[in-house]
Design a protein around this ligand. Structure first.
Ligand SMILES: Cc1cc2nc3c(=O)[nH]c(=O)nc-3n(C[C@H](O)[C@H](O)[C@H](O)COP(=O)(O)OP(=O)(O)OC[C@H]3O[C@@H](n4cnc5c(N)ncnc54)[C@H](O)[C@@H]3O)c2cc1C
Length: 382
């Protein structure tokens, strides 16, 4: 890796999970790193996040293994439930840790973010600045333009600016993300009483309830909604959970008013490339996927780790980017499709389809469930 200052300069656009992880990796590679973040304060939007073993491995390699110690690591039987709470298909959390060498860690996004900020020195992060465009400046340089017209140049520009990425336009042109017709409501409540943890499959949509760090419970609930629909009220959200396991409605009702998040869910079809010259895309800017396999943030972490490994191995930035592009598209394209398929399966059009689905899922042999989980959690051979 060559450049004007040691290993070269890098600009990372976006200080989300992906941006902070790649900043750490590039600092470790000896690069002079600047992170540009649009928000005035680096604060994560979100409630809980599931970090599967593939992400836990990356966090450990970044020196963030302690985050997992703080997280709630489910013990015993987990898995899918029917809406009323009866098990549909179970998964042993201990077996996951044995099989993949790391646990499934459930954590508040702000706990994760704070830990990640600590490993990227704050003077490297410029906040309250929006990148409006990225361009290849030629001669081994790329640049970004800010909303006030200022330009910054570097040997490497990483677009980690999320679903509505501006940097992506420099790589792939203008294209809107794909609305799914499904919206998610999410929240966190202080919760001490025991509850049945897992994902609940209803006849039209899904809900989830899991423990996270700090004695709290993280819940989510999806609904079919048009992309620009206003959120339903907190009361209606609780009302619509009548008939589901009672703890779901109780935890939603215990969530502080005004703290429930509402987002339409989008993804994009797999991209034909993630690089252009010295510009590279990572995380949701590269391969946004629907959250039904809980892999968006996990894949952003994998991206950062692979980029670091390829920079360390290749003699120059362009060859490292070529290899990153090939590996990350191969890894994420099937995940985008699996997440989309699960979105359809979990939001059936009729209740008879839902009954048929449940019958199939309940009878799925362990061997097939393992195979599916392997394809999500185990990175493919290089
Ligand atoms: C309902 C829901 C549940 C989810 N659950 C999980 C889960 O359990 N497990 C999991 O792994 N993933 C989950 N995900 C996916 C996960 O949230 C995302 O994949 C992940 O946050 C992507 O990280 P990122 O760093 O790429 O992007 P982001 O987190 O979106 O960060 C992008 C950053 O860039 C900044 N930015 C944007 N534009 C600009 C600009 N022009 N200039 C400067 N800065 C800019 C933003 O302010 C932001 O800080 C879920 C998503 C949803 C919607």
């Amino acid at each position: 890796v060559s450049g004007s200052s040691g290993a070269g300069r890098a600009i990372v656009v976006g200080a989300g999970v992906g941006g902070l992880a790649v900043a750490r990796v590039l600092i470790d590679a000896g690069m002079d790193v600047r992170v540009v973040e649009r928000a005035r304060r680096v604060e994560p939007v979100g409630a809980g996040v599931a970090l599967w073993p593939n992400a836990v491995h990356v966090l450990r390699s970044l020196g963030l293994g302690e985050v997992v110690d703080d997280a709630a690591v489910p013990k015993g039987e987990q898995g899918l439930r029917r809406a009323d709470g009866r098990p549909l298909s179970s998964m042993d959390a201990h077996a996951i840790e044995e099989r993949y060498g790391a646990p499934l860690a459930l954590i508040h996004r702000s706990t994760l973010h704070r830990a990640m900020l600590d490993v990227v020195m704050s003077e490297r992060i410029v906040t309250g600045r929006e990148v409006v465009a990225a361009t290849e400046a030629g001669e081994g340089i790329a640049s970004v333009r800010m909303d006030d017209g200022e330009e910054l140049s570097a040997e490497l520009v990483v677009g980690a600016d999320g679903l509505w990425s501006s940097v992506r336009q420099a790589v792939l042109g203008v294209a809107e993300p794909r609305p799914s017709g499904i919206a998610a409501y999410r929240g966190v409540a202080a919760w001490e009483r025991p509850f049945r943890s897992g994902e609940y499959w209803g006849s039209r949509d899904v809900a989830g309830l899991v423990p996270i760090d700090g004695g709290r419970a993280y819940w989510f609930r999806t609904r079919r909604e048009p992309p620009n629909a206003a959120p339903i009220s907190d009361e209606q959200l609780v009302r619509e959970l009548a008939g589901w396991a009672p703890e779901l409605g109780e935890v939603v009702a215990a969530t502080p008013r005004g703290a429930i998040l509402h987002h339409h869910l989008f993804d994009r079809p797999p991209a034909k490339t993630l690089i252009r010259g010295r510009i590279v895309l990572l995380g949701d800017a590269a391969h946004p996927m629907l959250p039904f396999i809980g892999q968006g943030a996990c894949q952003a972490l994998e991206d950062a780790s692979v980029l670091g490994a390829e920079l360390a191995e290749a003699g120059d930035i362009p060859s490292a980017l070529q290899r990153y592009d090939r590996r990350r598209r191969a890894r994420t394209a099937p995940l985008i499709r699996t997440a989309r398929m699960l979105a359809r399966a979990t939001h059936p059009q009729t209740s008879s389809t839902a009954r048929l689905r449940d019958a199939v899922v309940a009878r799925l042999p362990d061997r097939m469930r393992h195979r599916q989980l392997d394809s999500i959690l185990a990175a493919p051979e290089r």
